[in-house]
Design a protein around this ligand. Structure first.
Ligand code: ZN
Length: 379
């Protein structure tokens, strides 16, 4: 049984430990997603970095993501009802699960919109899909944001009993984009009353769903509950600069897995591989933001200030030109971010225990700016 313990709270952020029986994970923590393991494969396959010198990702939570994709027909949950398709997709899932050996592993089904229905049949198919891939924590989705709390309770209870019988644990998933705030709050309360200590959520717009985020913050403030956010945008949509996972800590959310590319939902979104090197931003620990080359150079005199294997010995300009030449600039930038934001979050986790998180935020220019903007707007 995975146990969760609240170790400290400060300025809305919560430090928890997740005890898996073998590992003790300290959160807030940045999770790794399957796309990010593919980036490293891409780099290694390019022959520019030997496997031996590429350090393993340090992340302790690993999420394999499959995005609903109706246009390209890549992953549609209803197709899993065909045993042949189920088997084929399961092989793919298991392949992605080979990475991050010691991590606590999760699966995420990234819906095109929080309002697309997850039918009972599809929830069952996905639960079987996760269980057959030997995951220990199984996500079960609220079928629609407007299911009644009573219906939701019965649904979660039935799934939990079934999973209990085979020694698996449930992580119910609540969409943050629920327009019925009372309904949303009632569901959190229900989950807690049912003794559930792991809740999945989706990182829908903070501005549009402020009330629901505030509900999470208030509700989990003093509870031994692990809140895991999936589908976190790499950058906050309001300024395209601040790393959004750092903002979400403020609402008591503990672990963060990035979204995979959603071209149909983000207007003007460009796949990482098609991005102009000029528009590439590099994650910066000091500000918790993404800096363009010009800004980075003016702030740090061209230094990269990063000693991980992709960056070591390079100036900022060299990072851009060397990796753009290999046509791998966005890949390297994302790998850099995965390492550095993980490290940064672990430092922030300590500051929560020191009751120093508010000062921590103040030190991080872009994070501080984003928090202040939100406070001004909603207080
Ligand atoms: Zn780096």
């Amino acid at each position: 049984m995975i146990s969760v313990k609240l170790e400290g709270t400060d300025f809305g952020a919560r430090n928890i430990t997740i005890d898996t029986g073998g590992n003790r994970i300290v959160a807030p923590s940045r999770a790794l997603i399957s796309t990010e393991t593919h980036y490293v494969e891409k780099i290694i396959n390019s022959g520019r970095v030997a496997t031996a010198v590429f350090p393993p990702y340090p992340h302790e939570i690993y999420e394999v993501v499959r995005a609903e994709n109706r246009k390209k027909n890549q992953f549609q949950v209803s197709e899993l009802s065909n045993p042949k398709v189920f088997e084929r997709k399961l092989v793919g899932l298991k392949q992605d699960l080979r990475f991050q050996k010691n991590a606590l592993k999760l699966f995420h089904y990234q819906k095109m919109s929080p309002f697309f229905e997850m039918t009972r049949e599809n929830n069952i198919l996905l639960a079987k899909f996760q269980a057959d891939a030997e995951l220990k924590v199984i996500k079960v989705w609220d079928e629609r944001v407007n299911t009644s709390p009573k219906y939701f309770e019965t649904q979660i209870d039935q799934f939990r009993n079934k999973l209990d019988e085979v020694g698996l644990e449930i992580m119910p998933v609540l969409e943050t984009a629920n327009p019925d705030v009372d309904n949303y709050e009632a569901k959190w309360k229900l989950l807690h009353d049912m003794g559930i200590n792991k809740v999945g959520t989706t990182a829908e717009s903070i501005l549009q769903n402020w009330k629901n985020y505030s509900i999470i913050q208030k509700f989990v403030e003093d509870k031994d509950i692990w809140v895991h956010a999936s589908g976190v945008p790499r950058r906050w949509a309001s300024n395209h600069t601040t790393s959004e996972m750092h903002i979400l800590q403020r609402f008591g959310i503990n672990t963060f897995a990035l979204e995979v590319f959603r071209p149909f939902l983000r207007e003007g979104a460009v796949s990482v591989y098609d991005r102009n090197p000029k528009d590439q931003k590099l994650y910066d620990q000091n500000t918790c933001g993404g800096l363009g080359l010009k800004e980075g150079v003016s702030l740090y005199h061209g230094e990269l200030n990063c000693d991980h294997v992709c960056c070591n010995g390079k100036t900022r300009a060299e990072f851009y030109t060397d990796y753009a030449k290999l046509e791998l600039l966005p890949v390297y930038a994302n790998v850099h971010e995965a390492f550095n934001s993980f490290e940064e979050m672990q430092m922030g986790a300590k500051r929560i225990l020191d009751h120093d998180f508010k000062d921590y935020v103040k030190e991080k220019h872009y994070l501080n700016e984003a928090m202040n903007n939100l406070d001004k707007r909603f207080s």
